[in-house]
Each structure stands twice: as structure tokens, then as C-alpha cells.
Ligand binder design. Structure first.
Ligand SMILES: Cc1cc2nc3c(=O)[nH]c(=O)nc-3n(C[C@H](O)[C@H](O)[C@H](O)COP(=O)(O)OP(=O)(O)OC[C@H]3O[C@@H](n4cnc5c(N)ncnc54)[C@H](O)[C@@H]3O)c2cc1C
Length: 496
């Protein structure tokens, strides 16, 4: 059942109980960052997730912004970890080859209330010592000529940016695996039980594991995991955010991340580039009682309206995709990163709403501090901080492209014509760790199907490659694991 290779397909019950020092529940950005940092030490570390790939929930469906750190209330954990996170991302994106651009952000003010709000944010920024500047109308329009000309002022934060959130999770998990950590996917934690010998039994849909320490980084499910351990003081509800992604031909509409002055519900709709050159608009902020990751006509209309107010533009003509993500809104208005109040050995990272992506490296460091309360940590002498993705052909000098194609001619076989992804690149991510094994995990690693046609042309070819390389029949190839089949039968065979 346990694999260091990243995938665990068709797992049966555990024959004998595997024992770990630390088990991390949840391979989102928080669990992945903690995994990477814990693998610096001489520990048996296991990362597990109920989904078929890493980073499959909130960490894949967000705004992908590295926030400057002026927004959270000074003195909160969220404020401290946002600031620490941004600083660490400078270093981590270089070590782990993650795409990032430090674009800076502008929070626009259109009325007196907005000006009062950006003034408050300015003072927040000064208090927590993150760089911020108050800009008048002319300077705002000089920086971003396309914004609504009714703008009266803005708050500029130079140390904010955009990151590839999928790459970030994959690289952090890849770094942990490279340094001896283990990963189990398709493994859902159902219960935590404290044993008389001091270990915690982690019960899963595939049997029981044992560990000295559990890190609960289960995102929207973190409060549920706490309850299975008998801890019921905390609750989480989902707050949905919906988005449009626009074609790359309008990706340069804005240079900075453009926000409106925030409200108590969040930062509102933003307009931003992505690291891949698309334009992103959204999100909404809808409180739900049950998780629902679907987009709605009303939500998308709200996104268009909000974006048009900030930067008037016919967005709908250029939209190529839409998605929704769920923020984990906790009953405490701050991140909860602390020892369990009832189960020794359980550490919770719960209520990690925005800016959780930005703060993740800081959260990971805080989690390591908490682990040191429970275990003696010894640094590995051979820890390798670097991680590299397989080569992306379009980013290589011509001479290297030629060499690669000579070594493996499938690097000369174009599969995704929108994003220019070759068969060789797709095969390379099926072999990397953590490996892609379905359509969406290929998209998140090399962007095949993420372009203008959204897989209209290349999906059948990718199904073919997955089937051939992983020795699967067509109807075993999935979009995102479980029952997300892409092909239901073969009509040449006469299947219904
Ligand atoms: C709409 C939206 C916009 C956002 N924008 C930004 C932004 O621009 N910048 C920013 O900094 N932050 C942003 N955030 C916040 C950020 O995305 C989250 O804080 C972050 O991704 C949370 O990471 P996580 O690892 O805690 O949770 P997740 O990414 O949700 O990961 C939790 C994992 O736990 C797994 N899991 C759950 N239950 C179990 C179980 N029982 N057993 C095993 N595994 C389990 C899940 O499958 C999941 O993979 C945004 C969030 C949303 C939703």
C-alpha cells in the first residue's frame, strides 16, 4: 500500500501496520510544505491524501496570488505567517523551480469608504513592516492606464506577485519524496485513535497506520479530522469563489494584480495575469452550508461585473474556462496552527483560508516548531534542497531542443497545439515523482489541455499516451481518478 513512488493504485488492506514518526493528512499546499520541511530531518514521514493527485482541492482552485502581507490584522498568526511566507517563497521558488512573478499589486479606491479602507491597509502594512505606498489618481493611472478612470487613489504593494500553485504543490511533494518521504494517494483518513503505547492509530479506508505525530492539514475537512479525535471546539464552512480564465491574447491587459478595497467577506474580485500568461478574473465569496465546487450563472455574472468595475473590458469574449474553489472558513477568525487540545501528538493546521497559499511556508515552519515539542529532530546531512521539473521544450535553447528530440523523437511530436506540449514532455511527467497518472494531473504538470481549446483536440491523443504508457485500457483512463472515466466503451466493439 505504501509507495515512495507517489501512486498507490488498487490498494488492498494493509497486511501489517506500518509505523511512522509523522503522518501528514492532506497533500494541499500546507501539507506539501510541511512534508518538504520535515524531510530535512531523520524521520519516517508519510504524506497522505484522499484524492488521486496532490494539490487537488483549494490549493489548485484559488487566485494564485502571493499577497504582500498588509491585509491581515497585525498581531494575528495570519499576519505573521503571511509576511514570513512571502519571504520564504523568494527562496523556495528558486530552490524548487516554481514559476513566480513579483508583479506588485494595486488596491483601488473609488469613494471615501474605499480611501478609508486603503488608508487602514497602509497603516497595517507600516505596522507589520511590509513595503506599501499610497498612490494618487495620476500615479495609479500611469501605472495601470486601463483601470476605471473614476479611480481616486490606490495602495501599491511591490512585494506581491503571482505563482503557479499546481507547480508549487508538486515541487514541494517532489522535494520531500527525493529526500526520503513517502506518499500515499487515494487514502482517506476516517479516524484517529490514541493508543495506550503513546502512538496514534490513523485509520484509513485501506487499513490502519501508526505514528508518533499526526499533522492535520486536511483543508476543508480539518475540523472533521479534529472531531474524529474527539476535538469539537472548532468548525469550518465552505466559502466558494468562482473565476473565469481568459485567453492569452488578453493576458497583458494589466501589469499588477488589481484588487478593489476589501470588505469583511474578503478581498473581492481581482484582475490579474497568471504565470502562464492568461488573464484571471474572480473570485466571488459565497458562504455555503455544503461543499459545492460548481460554477453558477449568477456567480460568473458577479465576477464579470466586479472585474468590469475595476478594469472595463469585454472579458466574456475571451473567456476559455471557468472554475470554483472553496475557502475553509473557520469558527475562529485566524489560522489555527497548534497542538490538539485533547490528543497528544496531534497538531492541527486548520481554518487555512486566504492567504494560505502565501503563508504556507511560514505555516510549515510553525508546524516544525510544534513537532520539536514532541520529537527530537536531527538534520539529515544529505538533504538536497533543490527540485527540478522535467524539461519543458519551449523553454530550452534550440540546441538543447534538438538534442532532446534526437535522444527521444517523441519530443518532436506535438500533442497540445495550444500550449505547445509534446508527447515526450507528457511521458516525462508520467515518470516524475510525484507522477501524473490521469488527464488533470498531466494538465497541472505540463499544461496539456489548459489552453484555448481546453483539450478539444488533444484529449484523445493524451488518452492514447496514458493507455500505452501506463498499460491501461481506454476505459481505465480517468480525468481525475476514481470514477471520472473519459471513455465508456468501444463502439467499434459494439459496446452500448
Ligand atoms: C477561491 C479562493 C481563492 C484563494 N486565493 C488565494 C490567493 O490568491 N492567495 C493565497 O495566499 N491564498 C488564497 N486562497 C487560500 C489558499 O488557496 C488556501 O488557504 C490553501 O490552498 C489551503 O491549503 P490546504 O493545504 O490547507 O488545503 P487544501 O489545498 O484544500 O488541501 C487539503 C487536502 O486534504 C485532503 N483531505 C481532506 N480530508 C482528507 C481525509 N479525510 N483523508 C485524507 N486527505 C484528506 C484533501 O483531499 C486536500 O487535498 C484562496 C482560496 C480560495 C478557495
Amino acid at each position: 500500500m505504501e509507495t515512495s513512488s507517489g501512486k498507490s493504485s488498487g490498494m488492498g488492506p494493509v497486511a501489517h501496520t506500518a509505523v511512522y514518526d509523522v503522518i501528514i493528512i492532506g497533500a494541499g499546499i500546507v501539507g506539501a510544505a510541511a512534508f518538504r520541511e520535515l524531510c530535512k530531518y531523520d524521520l519516517r514521514v508519510l504524506l497522505l491524501d484522499s484524492l488521486h493527485d496532490v494539490g487537488g482541492d483549494a490549493s489548485r482552485a484559488n487566485s494564485a496570488i502571493l499577497h504582500g502581507g498588509f491585509d491581515p490584522q497585525p498581531g494575528t498568526l495570519m499576519s505573521d505567517l503571511n509576511k514570513e511566507g512571502v519571504q520564504l517563497w523568494f527562496q523556495w521558488t528558486q530552490e524548487l523551480s516554481i514559476d513566480v512573478e513579483w508583479t506588485g499589486s494595486l488596491v483601488l479606491a473609488f469613494n471615501d469608504a474605499d480611501i478609508a479602507e486603503i488608508t487602514r491597509l497602509y497603516h497595517n502594512g507600516k505596522k507589520v513592516r511590509v513595503p506599501v505606498k499610497f498612490l494618487g489618481r495620476d500615479e495609479t493611472l500611469r501605472r495601470e492606464p486601463v483601470v476605471n478612470p473614476e479611480v481616486r487613489a490606490s495602495l501599491y504593494a511591490p512585494v506581491s506577485g503571482i505563482i503557479d500553485p499546481f507547480q508549487a504543490v508538486v515541487a514541494l511533494v517532489g522535494s520531500g519524496l527525493k529526500n526520503g518521504g513517502k506518499l500515499m494517494l487515494d487514502t482517506e483518513v476516517t479516524h484517529l485513535v490514541k493508543l495506550p503505547d503513546g502512538y496514534i492509530a490513523v485509520q484509513t479506508n485501506h487499513g490502519e497506520l501508526r505514528t508518533k505525530v499526526v499533522i492535520n492539514a486536511a483543508g476543508l475537512n480539518a475540523a472533521h479530522i479534529m472531531r474524529t479525535a474527539g476535538e469539537d471546539w472548532f468548525s469550518i464552512h465552505p466559502r466558494r469563489g468562482q473565476y473565469f480564465i481568459l485567453d492569452k491574447n488578453v493576458g497583458n491587459l494589466v501589469r499588477h494584480v488589481i484588487f478593489r478595497a476589501p470588505t469583511p467577506k474578503g478581498k473581492g474580485v481581482l484582475v490579474s495575469r497568471t504565470t502562464h500568461g492568461n488573464l484571471l478574473i474572480g473570485p466571488t465569496a459565497e458562504d455555503l452550508t455544503e461543499p459545492d465546487r460548481r460554477t453558477t450563472a449568477e456567480g460568473l455574472a458577479e465576477v464579470l461585473q466586479g472585474a468590469k468595475y475595476l478594469v472595463p473590458f469585454p472579458y466574456e469574449r475571451h473567456a476559455i474556462a471557468q472554475y470554483a474553489g472553496l475557502r475553509a472558513i473557520g469558527s475562529v477568525d485566524d489560522f489555527v496552527v497548534q497542538h490538539s487540545k485533547v490528543m497528544e501528538g496531534l497538531i492541527n493546521a486548520a481554518g487555512i483560508k486566504s492567504p494560505g497559499l502565501t503563508a504556507a511556508p511560514g505555516i510549515a515552519h510553525r508546524l516544525i516548531e510544534l513537532v520539536t515539542d514532541l520529537l527530537t529532530l536531527e538534520e539529515k546531512r544529505d538533504f538536497d534542497p533543490y527540485f527540478e521539473f522535467p524539461p519543458i521544450l519551449r523553454e530550452l535553447p534550440y540546441v538543447d531542443r534538438e538534442r532532446l528530440i534526437k535522444e527521444d523523437p517523441t519530443y518532436g511530436h506535438m500533442v497540445c497545439r495550444c500550449e505547445l506540449v509534446t508527447e515526450g514532455e507528457i511521458k516525462s511527467v508520467l515518470r516524475m515523482q510525484p507522477a501524473a497518472t490521469d488527464l488533470d494531473s498531466i494538465k497541472r504538470r505540463v499544461r496539456a489541455t489548459a489552453g484555448r481549446c481546453q483539450g478539444g483536440f488533444c484529449t484523445p491523443r493524451i488518452i492514447d499516451i496514458l493507455s500505452r504508457e501506463l498499460n491501461l485500457s481506454y476505459d481505465q483512463v480517468t480525468k481525475f481518478g476514481r470514477n471520472s472515466k473519459l471513455v465508456y466503451g468501444d463502439n467499434r466493439r459494439g459496446d452500448a
